[in-house]
Design a protein around this ligand. Sequence first.
Ligand code: UGA
Length: 439
Amino acid sequence: MSIRISVIGTGYLGATHAAAMAELGYEVIGVEVNPERLASLSQGHLPFYEPGLDEVLLANVRNGRLRFTSDAAEAAAWADVQFLCVGTPQVAGSDAADMSYAFAAIEALAPHIKQGALLVGKSTVPVGTTHELQRRLLEIAPDRTDVRFAWNPEFLREGFALEDTLHPDRIVIGVSDEADADTLRQVYAPMITEGIPLIVTDVTTAELVKVAANSFLATKISFINAMAEVCEAAGGDVTTLAEAIGHDVRIGSRFLGAGVGFGGGCLPKDIRAFAHRAGEIGAGPAVAFLKEVDLINLRRRERIIELVETEIGSVTGRRIAVLGATFKPDSDDVRDSPALAVSRRLHELGAIVTVHDPKGVENAERALPDVAYTTVVTEALSGAEAVLHLTEWREYRALEPKDVLPLVANPFIVDGRNVLDVALWQNQGWTVRAPGRTL
Ligand code: UGA
């Protein structure tokens, strides 16, 4: 009989995983507690923007392999493999990860879980979580020693969620029993046959792999942003520096994009939660550098404001166009978005800010209601005394500088992502500034 799969928590990670598992041919049930999200997913509509995922979701809801429920007990009693995909956001006022959703899920599942089912964690969590979940399960249901636990971190990027889930760089499985690894080998068989590397390890290492990977990526971005600061002081050019060091295959050119820095629902909160957890287990000094990684990243947002003020003076009462609201392109996610953080700061300083974004306006308006929004780029540019390019949507690179020049009050642009064709903008009458560069 085919393995039945449940996915507990159908946010970005869970909705993608549920759709991907159904696409591989499994019968899947997703558990969602938010009534709006549940209604949307049940109709095959994705409640967020992710290229290509909506078609796969809809197809699998229609063919009956994928369904959603709010009833954790139903899913718990039905599925053989239960993937835990709940969110682990940052606790307000602390660097720690909020584990309340994971603990609530275990409480909801525990009394009903199918005999011998395998509970597989996928969320990004503090090291030690698998053991803590197991302990909590046995506290609620002391006789359920039959329930198995595994950790199987997810590495998907927003904007490439489906591709990353179905064709990941690697599959990591953390188990305490080889039989559980076999169950997951079976689940992922189509991918393993494709030649995707499989790493089987203990649950602790598997939990750590995920936070280590995100910490490395954040550190790489902050490294190049630190070099941007040095370039600014010395008069160098960070984009050329990045290109030159990136040719060394040991360094590699990816994630060396200097600019306004990283944001999103993962990297910022993951490095903070990792440093926090490391402190709790007595390994604080080992990752103390992550505090610096965070600070370098946050300083880049201030730098964008400095570049504007150096060019136009005080921003109070000045019209500023911000291009981009999301934390990166091809997403409608504005969590910890550098573009929105800069917009908020400009607003606090008294600037008249209009933010443009192709997909993120709705979420941005909820997060920062005080500034103006538009989905028409020419509207944002109209009358602007400074234009800030802060999220690298393709359509901004496609702008023809001479065509949009008559719209603005002052042809001045800050390329906060270092991806615009600076020579083109300059040749067509614009003053261009960019972090880490002398232009
Ligand atoms: C990140 C990781 O890349 C995924 O592997 C991981 O699975 C995911 O977090 C997660 O933990 O769920 P994501 O948050 O979608 O994925 O975004 P990234 O593509 O990593 O970008 C993060 C931020 O870094 C964005 O704000 C982006 O603009 C910024 N960035 C990226 C730079 O500033 N410079 C770069 O060179 C690259």
